[in-house]
Design a protein around this ligand. Structure first.
Ligand SMILES: Nc1nc2c(ncn2[C@@H]2O[C@H](COP(=O)(O)OP(=O)(O)OP(=O)(O)O)[C@@H](O)[C@H]2O)c(=O)[nH]1
Ligand SMILES: [Mg+2]
Length: 319
């Protein structure tokens, strides 16, 4: 049943949905075939543009992503959507929540939607999301939209993968901008004021402008505010234009290459860490040996430094 990896990779390049889904599952599970697959596909990546959409729960992220995806599809761009859903305790829940809302695209092979839950991931959610984005890139998706709730450090890390970060706000949500996560305000390249059909939109926009006027522009870019009513498809075209302006700015300032280099620097460190750890632990007798040593240290039979030296010595590394 197992397909030669080159055939699988070719199916992914052709954009075959089942092959892509299987690969995502392999990435999520940290399965041994994920790495060789991404290795083969890597030369075909680098052309996609990643847009991260983040904001408090219920701000209308999925609705907006859905509309934006439809907008890009009209221009014949192939679209990938990764919805990271932290509220679901397990994968099944995540698939339900967002799949149902985004079903308007069911049957359009040019758009691929996948939900991922945040719990139970091996090796970190940010890693998995980054790898899924790479995969969709190799599968020919030119616009990749990543939806994530802007709550914790994890989500901020995920959204930082994106070339452009869109932060969504809505009026009447405990309203004061001061309540916004400071981290979220800092990472926004574009601010979307959604549900602008609601009361309080003007006040929120004023507050937002006041706050943004205090911030230093990054490489000459002043984060603009775009008003939308996602549920009525209003402002979506303007948002797409603003994203594309940001893209042009970001590329000409050389900032994009810088950001990608920084991203890969971190990824390389993670990969080195993971491989070294695996090698060292295996040589030292695996988790069982680690447990034994941990209990030795806890019960003061050994100091932690000698324990580490012992482990490293077994893998041939001197300390
Ligand atoms: N009035 C109004 N309602 C909207 C607008 N955009 C979205 N909604 C509604 O807001 C609710 C939440 O929208 P979602 O798109 O699911 O929000 P979300 O941010 O993806 O939510 P989570 O993923 O659960 O954090 C839905 O009932 C939408 O129909 C808008 O512009 N105006
Ligand atoms: Mg959502």
């Amino acid at each position: 049943m197992s397909l030669p990896i080159e055939t699988w990779a070719q199916q992914i390049r052709n954009g075959e949905i089942r092959a892509i889904s299987r690969a995502i599952t392999a990435i999520e599970n940290h399965a041994p075939e994920a790495e060789p697959l991404l290795k083969i596909l890597f030369p075909q990546t680098g052309a996609a543009y990643l847009t991260g959409i983040t904001g408090a729960p219920g701000t209308g992220k999925s609705t907006l992503v859905d509309r934006l995806a439809a907008h890009y599809r009209k221009q014949e761009d192939r679209v990938g959507v990764i919805a990271v859903d932290p509220t679901s305790p397990y994968t099944g829940g995540a698939i339900l929540g967002d799949r149902i809302r985004m079903q308007s695209h069911a049957g359009d092979a040019g758009i691929f939607i996948r939900s991922m839950a945040t719990r139970g991931f091996l090796g970190g959610l940010a890693r998995a999301t980054a790898e899924v984005a790479l995969l969709l890139d190799a599968a020919g998706k030119r616009e990749i939209l990543i939806e994530t709730v802007g709550v914790g450090q994890d989500e901020i890390e995920i959204v930082r993968l994106a070339d452009c970060v869109v932060v969504m706000l809505v009026p009447g949500l405990g309203d004061d901008i001061q309540n916004m996560k400071a981290g979220l305000m800092e990472i926004g390249d574009i601010f979307v004021l959604n549900k602008s059909d609601r009361e309080g939109a003007d006040r929120l926009e004023e507050q937002l402008h006041a706050m943004l006027s205090l911030a230093m522009p990054r490489d000459g870019w002043h984060p603009p505010v775009v008003r939308t009513v996602a549920s009525e498809n209003k402002g979506v075209g303007t948002l797409a234009e603003t994203i594309s302006k940001f893209r042009a700015h970001f590329e000409s300032s050389g900032e994009r290459v810088k950001k990608h280099t920084e991203h890969w620097r971190n990824r390389l460190l993670e990969l080195i860490e993971a491989r070294l750890l695996e090698r060292v632990l295996n040589a030292a007798g695996g988790e069982a040996a680690l447990d034994r040593l941990a209990s030795d240290v806890a019960e003061r039979r050994k100091d932690p430094f000698s324990a580490v030296s012992e482990i490293l010595a077994k893998s041939g590394l001197k300390t």
